[in-house]
Design a protein around this ligand. Structure first.
Ligand code: URA
Length: 241
């Protein structure tokens, strides 16, 4: 009986690793976690690896910002005006993760300050929270020219710092804004329309995917679903607060 359970667990692990490799290959992500044949330890799993973001004790956002420096780890350094690290306090337990800075964010060096950002601020206020008391950041810290989609090598260079930020903040809930953020964090290609509406786990933290505010500006009809999603977040925050 015990052997059967062990076998089942092992088969489950093999199958989820296989799925992960298939998704990473399709999306052109590096398979660096396959590079060593030694036993896998958490720091070698991409979701936990922090690479250049430092492997030492988790300290503060300031330390992560310092480790990032005047980043030139990818080509976006040549076209960005300002690096957008993220802002807020997360003492409400909530972190929003978007895709990448747009034109206004690139100018100001702050996340979500353009039209989509103003809508996000309204959503946060409607949740009964203050914008300064949630943390807001993006998958990428620099603007892709013309707001094109982030490229795999850009994500690979930037993600360790986001992981470090999240490890430092230890939010009770993460809200992934839009398909890009949700698919990158959850390592899946499942559409946002399917992912949204329920919690997923990201490094043990409940993660709610929802539509991006920029999508809402083009499709106001989707506000109803976003409101449903943020109500689930509010309920979870109340239950765990
Ligand atoms: N869109 C994003 O995904 N992030 C921002 O910071 C602004 C717009």
């Amino acid at each position: 009986m015990g052997d059967d359970a062990d076998r089942e667990a092992l088969l489950g692990l093999v199958s989820s690793l296989g799925e992960r490799i298939r998704v990473d290959r399709r999306m052109g992500r590096p398979l660096s976690y396959l590079a060593r044949s030694a036993a896998v330890v958490p720091s070698e799993i991409p979701a936990f690896a922090t690479g250049e973001a430092g492997g030492g004790p988790l300290t503060s956002l300031e330390a992560v910002r310092e480790a990032l420096g005047e980043c030139e780890r990818c080509a976006l350094a040549r076209t960005r005006k300002r690096l957008v690290f993220g802002e807020g306090r997360a003492d409400t337990g909530l972190v929003f993760v978007g895709e990448a800075p747009g034109a206004e964010e690139d100018l100001q060096g702050r996340p979500f300050v353009g039209r989509a950002g103003q809508l996000l601020t309204k959503i946060i206020t409607a949740m009964g929270l203050q914008r300064e008391r949630v943390y807001i950041c993006n998958i990428l810290k620099c603007r892709p020219p013309g707001n094109r989609n982030p490229r795999p090598e850009e994500i690979a260079a930037c993600e360790p710092f986001l992981i470090r930020q999240l490890q430092t903040l230890r939010p009770r809930v993460i809200c992934a804004l839009g398909s890009f953020a949700a698919q990158t964090l959850l390592k899946t290609e499942t559409p946002i329309s399917v992912l949204r509406g329920r919690f997923h786990l990201y490094q043990g933290i409940p993660l709610m995917p929802t539509y991006h505010p920029a999508y809402l500006l083009r499709n106001p009809g989707a506000k109803k679903q976003v409101w449903e999603d943020v109500q689930l977040i509010m309920k979870r925050l109340q239950e765990t607060g």
